[in-house]
Design a protein around this ligand. Structure first.
Ligand code: FES
Length: 152
């Protein structure tokens, strides 16, 4: 099938690299938007690793997802400047309103919640990004409004 063929093509292209596993996983995620579960046994076989090893790496690095991301991605800045300006409360608020933990997607597939470490908006902290749009000086109400917009 497509996933197997694409996985093997990527593995073959990258397996001569030193430490090929991460580049392979990144490429898969670029290709599919996530790392398909079905790719893992193939990667393990081709790289002579156990499935547990491959699985361990995928789950260790949070940037890899095993299902497609939501339609919208909400990134809340969790770096220093934002944290000190109410970013922590904002992050808690987002998790609560969406009923999600970081890297998770709402069951309707609408919104994925991701942490981000500085959006370059420290002077207007706390900040967040909804898809391509940046937002500074956010408070809970404004964040709720953004979430509502993304859910619509
Ligand atoms: Fe949040 Fe820089 S620390 S934008």
């Amino acid at each position: 099938d497509d996933v197997s063929a694409e996985t093997l093509a990527i593995v073959n292209e990258l397996k001569s690299l030193e430490g090929p596993l991460l580049p392979i996983l990144h490429r898969l995620q670029e290709e599919f938007g996530f790392v398909p579960e079905a790719s893992l046994p193939l990667i393990a076989r081709e790289l002579n690793l156990s499935r547990a090893e491959v699985h361990g790496v995928v789950t260790f690095y949070h940037e890899f997802r095993n299902h497609p991301a939501g339609k919208h991605t909400l990134r809340i800045c969790r770096a220093e400047a934002c944290q000190s300006m109410g970013g922590r409360e904002l992050a808690e608020h987002a998790c609560k309103v969406l009923d999600l933990d970081w890297h998770e997607t709402t069951p309707d597939g609408k919104i994925t919640l991701e942490p981000v470490y500085c959006l370059g908006l420290c002077s207007v902290a706390p900040s967040a990004q909804l898809d391509g749009e940046l937002h500074g000086r956010l408070d809970r109400d404004e964040l709720s409004a953004l979430i509502k917009e993304a859910r619509a």
